[in-house]
Design a protein around this ligand. Structure first.
Ligand code: CTP
Length: 399
């Protein structure tokens, strides 16, 4: 996708990965964007400002006191997008706290546009609870914090923390700008369920599954970026609620059903991405179940199939999407669910595919629509899969 006419601020902070910022700058320019560079003082230890100013044909904004005092405000209002790549642990922390002791921070605080941050640091720093907490804060602020790459780091250690390749950052930027500009779901109300449910057995135990919620949250975030009014009903997950969506935390299948039942009629699009328990204990034991014999038998009762309920009560204009997680005979099972539950589209995840399903940041899906059209996609990040699913929905509802 061309970035012709887009104005982008590229913020660089002092990391060994700063050299990748040069490649990113070139890629953005080749895509047609006008780019201005802002550096933290530490960048000069890794890459000279002259490199950036030569490539952009304009001076680099790096000192709060040398330029016109309002330069940060001018840049903040000029840009369509700000990218901070690489973002060090220090820069992440300053952004999360709203500190303003250098040019990059001043521009970050003054920016009115969406911000994309690509972190880069050593594995232990990246996994440190404080850094993760700062990332969490930034995400809740609506900043698009990208994942890091995993592999060998400059220190020789291995793990997450590596700056994404410039091409990957460019793809995320292109998606964000297209979708922000496109607002393809403007005026649509979208209900999305996500995560697992927990079915309590007694005051200390419950039955659940491995769903992380990542797929449903990615859908919610993307639908929101496309202009939809998003209602996210989520079982317990470790994820922050995406900025700007209406969030309904629930625990059990029953609670999820009751929450959805209250509001499904007003929705234009319903997406059941949650891994809802099919069975639950009929009642929660008041006291902890004590250890007794060598075996323990549990009696579980079927929960309401929420998706089926939505299919049976579907409004004339409503579009209903279900998920199918299969381990065998995947396509036949998914097609059966599409028919049985009166769906318009089913997203098939097969656990036979490596990198698909629970917990991963990636997914590999096949989309089957009511008309029988089947489309299989390659392994992608869950955010990209969310885009594929929403693209398909937009295409089908506009037929
Ligand atoms: N679903 C639901 N309510 C339930 C169980 C499942 O709404 N009580 C939804 C899920 O959110 C998903 C779809 O039904 O969109 C399919 O879930 P899945 O577990 O794959 O299928 P089931 O219909 O439960 O059948 P089975 O477990 O036998 O494969």
């Amino acid at each position: 996708m061309s970035l012709e006419g887009k104005k982008i601020i590229l913020g660089i902070s002092g990391s060994i990965a700063a050299y990748k910022g040069v490649y990113l700058l070139r890629l953005l320019q080749k895509s047609g964007a006008e780019v201005k560079v802002v550096c933290t003082p530490a960048v000069s230890h890794f890459v000279g400002e002259l490199t950036f100013s030569s490539l952009t044909g304009t001076s680099v904004f790096s000192g709060l006191w040398e330029e016109k005092w309002s330069e940060h405000v001018a840049l903040g209002t000029w840009a369509d997008l700000m990218i901070i790549a690489p973002a060090t642990a220090n820069t992440l922390a300053k952004c999360a706290q709203g500190l303003c002791d250098n040019a990059l921070q001043a521009v970050y605080l003054a920016a009115r546009c969406p911000v994309v941050i690509a972190p880069a640091m050593d594995v232990d720093m990246y996994l440190h609870p404080r850094v993760q907490h700062n990332i969490h804060i930034l995400k809740t602020d609506g900043v698009h914090v990208l994942e890091t790459g995993t592999g060998y780091l400059a220190s020789g250690l291995q793990g997450p923390g590596r700056l994404l390749e410039p091409e990957e950052i460019l793809t995320s930027v292109q998606q964000l700008l297209t979708h922000n500009a496109g607002k393809k779901l403007a005026d649509k109300r979208v209900l999305i369920s996500a995560g697992p449910t927990q079915e309590a057995l007694d005051p200390v135990r419950y039955i659940t599954n491995h769903s992380s919620g990542k797929m449903g949250y990615a859908l919610a975030e993307m639908a929101q970026a496309w202009g939809a009014e998003v209602h996210l009903v989520s079982g317990p997950t470790a994820l922050p609620a995406p900025h700007g969506v209406h969030f309904y935390p629930v625990v059990s299948a029953k609670e999820m059903f009751e929450t959805i039942k209250d509001m499904h009629k007003e929705q234009d699009i319903l997406i059941m991405a949650a891994a809802v328990s099919d069975y639950a204990p009929p009642a929660i034991q008041a006291e902890k179940i004590k250890k007794q014999g060598d075996t323990l038998e549990l009696t579980l009762h079927k929960t309401t199939d929420i998706l089926k309920y939505l299919g049976n009560h579907k409004g004339m204009e409503q579009f209903l999407v279900g998920f199918a997680l299969e381990t065998n005979n995947a396509r036949a099972h998914a097609e059966q669910k599409l028919r049985d539950k009166n769906l318009d589209l089913i997203v098939l995840n097969s656990l036979e595919d490596k990198g698909a399903g629970f917990g991963h940041n990636t997914n590999k899906v096949t989309l089957i629509d009511r008309g029988g059209e089947v489309q299989t996609y390659p392994l992608k990040s869950k955010k990209e899969v969310a885009v594929d699913i929403l693209e398909k929905i937009v295409q089908l509802i506009s037929l």
